[in-house]
Design a protein around this ligand. Structure first.
Ligand SMILES: Nc1nc2c(ncn2[C@@H]2O[C@H](COP(=O)(O)OP(=O)(O)OP(=O)(O)O)[C@@H](O)[C@H]2O)c(=O)[nH]1
Ligand SMILES: [Mg+2]
Length: 310
């Protein structure tokens, strides 16, 4: 790394020689991509732009400004663009990969603060959190992201204030070990779940964010619901024993209580209380359904992990 201002005077050779790569996923960002590239340049050694099937000048502008451009032949989604950037960063032997949006929402001036914990080896992934910074975040976004944060944080060892931030820095361990399979916006959650399974160290630093750059290509409610559903799917795959096992135990417990209650009523009054018996049967069936799902998904996921790794 040659250019970052965050490097102090007594910086070791290890830090000085670190290669910092900035990766920008971009879909039709011709209005802003030049600004982002020019502002990021002083803070890194290489810029990778993934043009995710744009129909405008995003790729041409990026190339003209010296970025390495990966072109998707059609729009594959944010996660697919990140996956291409990670692969290119591995090929480029990046020590640190910083990702930020091409719509100029993130300020590249925060890159030194974002990469500092990786440089001093106190983190493997650093998240630029808009909730730690002094930002004016629209209320519907705050609520949506809070719900996704709560669901994501319930599974792991980390308490992250901004699980959906696209402004992040990844150290070598994270670049090498995280393989993204989610094609859409839920890739941000997938990465955090994989970071947790791979025991990577996470930190957050405050960043600024702008919201007036351009209307989102996908409506924010649609995008938020899709990320939430995919987050639930990812957690169910990541932790099937907890995700299906807990409801299974709860339903079986309810079935047992109502079953015993029905049996006692029958023994004392000689009449089977239909409503209690129905609750007992329904709950027990649901309990067995969740138990079977848990076993099936647990076996499939274990075999897949064995074969594919990660
Ligand atoms: N929405 C979207 N963005 C993509 C896609 N592929 C790449 N991107 C880029 O991914 C980055 C994040 O997308 P945004 O739509 O800004 O997502 P966001 O920041 O969560 O949403 P906004 O707050 O509305 O900007 C941008 O730089 C996009 O250009 C895609 O298929 N869909
Ligand atoms: Mg954006």
């Amino acid at each position: 790394m040659k250019k970052t201002a965050a490097v102090s005077n007594n910086t070791s050779d290890r830090i000085r020689n670190m290669k910092v790569v900035v990766g920008i996923p971009a879909l039709n960002e011709e209005r802003t991509i030049a600004t982002v590239i020019l502002k990021a340049k002083p803070h890194c050694d290489q810029i990778i732009v993934c043009d995710d099937g744009s129909s405008d000048m995003t790729a041409a502008i990026s190339e003209a400004l010296g970025a390495t451009v990966i072109k998707h032949p059609y729009n594959k989604g944010y996660g697919a663009a990140l996956d291409s950037i990670f692969s290119q960063a591995r090929a480029a032997k990046a020590d640190i990969l910083v990702t930020l949006d091409g719509d100029n929402q993130h300020d590249p001036a925060s890159i030194p603060a974002l990469i500092a914990p990786i440089m001093d080896d106190s983190a493997d992934i650093v998240i630029g959190s808009r909730f730690l910074g002094n930002n004016n975040i629209p209320n519907h976004r705050k609520v949506g992201i809070k719900i996704i944060n709560d669901v994501t944080n319930s599974t792991g060892d980390h308490d992250t204030t901004d699980t959906q931030s696209g402004f992040r820095a990844y150290g070598r361990k994270a670049i090498e070990s995280i393989k993204i399979t989610e094609m859409g916006m839920s890739a941000s959650t997938e990465i955090l779940l994989k970071a947790n399974s791979n025991k990577l160290r996470l930190k957050e630093v405050p960043v600024e964010i702008k919201y007036e750059t351009r209307p989102s290509p996908t409506g924010s409610v649609k995008q938020g619901s899709s990320v939430l559903l995919n987050t639930l799917k990812l957690i169910s795959i990541d932790r099937p024993l907890v995700f299906y096992g807990i409801p299974s135990m709860i339903f079986l417990g309810i079935g047992l209580v109502f079953g015993a209650w029905s049996a006692i009523s029958y023994a004392t009054d000689g009449v089977l209380p239909a409503s209690l018996a129905l609750i007992a049967i329904g709950s027990t069936l649901l309990g067995f359904l969740f138990f079977s799902l848990m076993m099936m998904i647990w076996v499939v996921v274990s075999v897949a992990r064995d074969k594919l790794g990660n």
